[in-house]
Design a protein around this ligand. Structure first.
Ligand code: AHR
Length: 635
């Protein structure tokens, strides 16, 4: 008998069904300055002097730095590599000061487009120094504005031979959007300088080596069920040497292996795997790390073309070690403190496990023999050692096509639990493809839509995504997870558009798409209730869903209308048992073309009111709107 997927789905759709409790999450990739200069609260750019022309042909160890001799001091400055803090962090600055002049001689850093500081706030400064001359050296560290006015300062003396970390707190007295950090040595002498760092005292949850509070809070406010990280293309990298290795990103920050970012800048890996896991925990999201499937990006070497074959495999003789690294990652996340890698997690400050449940292997790779051989090795080893880990495979960069088909074939052969589908398409595509998952065989691998977005940040784009998401909920038995991409981008440094959240040094600008994602993630359910909402007018550009959250008992209705006319319908709540007579009603609506921008950040915001909720709710929703109704269980 032939398998009739649509008939199977129809039957499933007739009854309430369990859907994924982890459906809506986020995907964080260090793209468009998302980590350094973004979520990472570090305010100094190129703190370790490791920028180099491989990152970006115009960059070097002194990028973002200025040699400061304003008070007529003089001496020499050089970039050195002999006897560094650590072999992983080879470059540092050597100052040999003959005359400190009236102000001292040293270094100045302008941060990422200027350092924004606020009067009355404290900032944590630290630096590694190696005093080579015999006398102790007096130093000052100051924040100054563009006219040289001092905003806050601290003084200290360095005397230790060999590398030593010095830490100071600076109180800032005035607001300034474009401050510079000056580190000045006040007397003649010779000193090595590295890891010049400045963090706001207040980071997200006041974590050390933490995240920028406003940006992190905006992400947390989505209430994502999971976070996929660290990429994207960043994970599989630009050639084998650029593959992201998690072990290079843990431990003391001055000992981590910094790396070129595939998006043409530098990764300090100040946010490394420890910080990613901790951030997931802090925002209540399950961690979903993605490791390269032993191959680099097929676009390696700049061949950004469909069908390009810049993909390179880790040499087979190195694959056992690579596979072991992945097994060690599971131990790092979940192992007891007595295990080798669990002990490293504990030493970093987290003895309790991070409760890793999901692991992605591969990112939209080209499905070649080279890929397949390595994917199988990793998959088999992880599956055997950790049957409890839910593995997510990969099926290429598009919603269909050769890699998609080959990826699915392999996943079904190996019975991979879930595969990661990606699509960036026009809003019309999302409206046309609402039944995409109706025909998926429920017995095959499940789906994680790891990256999707319609091409734009207008309300119409966001609503096309909303319509589609009501259908992801309807198919939440087979679509287990979904995340919009990319998540955040720094204005002036975007390598990809559109994004969910834009920011500069001081502000965060959530898009309309953000508010849609937030409404879905914070109003998720784990049971889909069919047949509750019925439209009585044309519905080709609309979608609706009704879910129940078994934890709170709340019932949630979502009605997305990406069409240009009002939409009419009814919600029959009579069959849902006792419910409260009032509900919260949240609506996002406006003109189709409107968008939230830096100049107009609040053009479209969700508005919430309380409404009466009859058992038969007759509704009229406006053109271009998303309505969310949340009804508590009745007493
Ligand atoms: O999200 C941006 C990029 O899109 C990701 O790095 C990659 O996986 C996809 O091509």
């Amino acid at each position: 008998m032939q398998f009739d997927a649509f008939a199977q789905q129809k039957a499933i759709d007739a009854k309430p069904k369990k859907i994924s409790p982890d459906l809506f999450g986020i995907f964080f990739e260090d793209l468009s300055y998302a980590a350094d200069g973004g979520l990472y609260a570090e305010l100094v750019q190129n703190r370790s002097f490791e920028y180099n022309p491989a990152d970006n042909r115009d960059w070097n160890s002194m990028t973002a730095w200025k040699y400061q001799t304003d008070g007529f001091g003089y001496g020499t400055i050089s970039v050195e590599t002999a006897n560094p803090i650590h072999q992983n962090n080879p470059h540092y600055i050597l100052l040999d000061i003959q005359d400190a002049g009236q102000k001292g001689v040293g270094l100045e850093n302008g941060g990422f487009d200027g350092i924004p500081v606020r009067g009355g706030k404290y900032y944590n400064f630290s630096v590694f120094l190696n005093v080579i001359s015999s006398q102790p050296l007096p130093l000052t560290v100051s924040l100054v504005d563009t006219k040289g006015r001092e905003l806050g300062t601290a003084s200290f003396t360095a005397s230790a031979k060999g590398w030593k970390k010095y830490s100071e707190k600076i109180k800032v007295n005035f607001d300034e959007d474009s401050a510079m950090l000056q580190l000045l040595v006040k007397s003649p002498g010779k000193v090595g300088i590295d890891m010049v760092s400045l963090f706001p005292e207040e980071t997200f949850k006041n974590r050390e080596n933490g995240m920028r509070a406003d940006l992190a809070q905006t992400i947390a406010d989505i209430k994502p069920k999971f976070m996929r990280f660290p990429g994207g293309c960043l994970t599989h990298g630009d050639g084998v040497a650029n593959i992201y290795h998690w072990k290079n990103t843990i431990g003391p920050v001055e000992q981590r292996v910094e790396q070129r970012n595939i998006w043409n800048y530098h990764q300090s890996v100040g946010i490394g795997y420890y910080e990613y896991f901790r951030f997931c925990e802090d925002i209540g999201a399950k961690p979903v790390p993605v490791v390269a499937a032993g191959v680099s990006c097929q676009n390696s070497g700049g061949t950004w073309k469909i069908g390009s074959t810049g993909q390179k495999g880790i040499p087979m003789e190195d694959m056992d070690a690579y596979v072991q690294d992945i097994l060690d990652l599971v131990e790092y996340a979940n192992g007891p403190v007595t295990s080798t890698w669990g002990a490293k997690r504990a030493a970093a400050g987290h003895p309790a496990p991070f409760n890793l449940e999901y692991l992605g292997i591969g990112n939209e790779d080209k499905i070649t023999g080279v890929f397949e051989e390595r994917f199988r090795m990793i998959y088999d080893a992880v599956h055997k050692a950790h049957p409890e880990i839910k593995i997510i495979g990969t099926v290429g960069p598009s919603p269909n096509g050769e890699d998609f088909d080959k990826g699915w074939k392999l996943a079904n052969q190996l019975a991979v639990g879930t595969v990661d589908e990606h699509y960036y398409e026009k809003p019309e595509w999302f409206l046309k493809n609402t039944s995409r998952y109706d025909g998926y065989n429920r017995l095959n691998s499940k789906v994680y839509v790891g990256e999707y977005a319609s091409w734009g940040n207008t309300l119409f784009n966001a609503l096309a995504e909303a319509v589609y998401m009501t259908n992801l909920e309807r198919n939440g038995d087979v679509v287990r997870m979904a995340s919009y991409a990319p998540l955040i981008a720094r204005i002036g440094h975007t390598s990809w558009n559109p994004n969910l959240i834009y920011f500069d040094g001081k502000h965060v600008f959530p898009t309309v798409n953000y508010y849609v994602q937030q409404q879905f993630a914070s109003n998720a359910g784990d049971e889909y209730l069919p047949g509750i909402i019925n439209f009585t007018s044309a519905d080709t550009t609309a979608g609706a869903s009704c879910v129940k959250d078994s934890v709170t008992g709340d019932v949630i209705l979502k009605i997305a209308n990406a069409g240009s006319t009002q939409l009419f319908g009814t919600a029959n709540l009579a069959k849902l048992g006792k419910l409260a007579q009032k509900a919260t009603f949240t609506i996002i609506c406006g003109d189709a073309k409107v968008a939230n921008t830096a100049a107009h950040p609040a053009e479209v915001l969700p508005k919430t009111t309380v409404i009466n909720m009859p058992k038969q709710w007759k509704f009229t929703v406006p053109a271009y709107s998303l309505s969310i109704v949340r009804i508590k269980a009745g007493k």
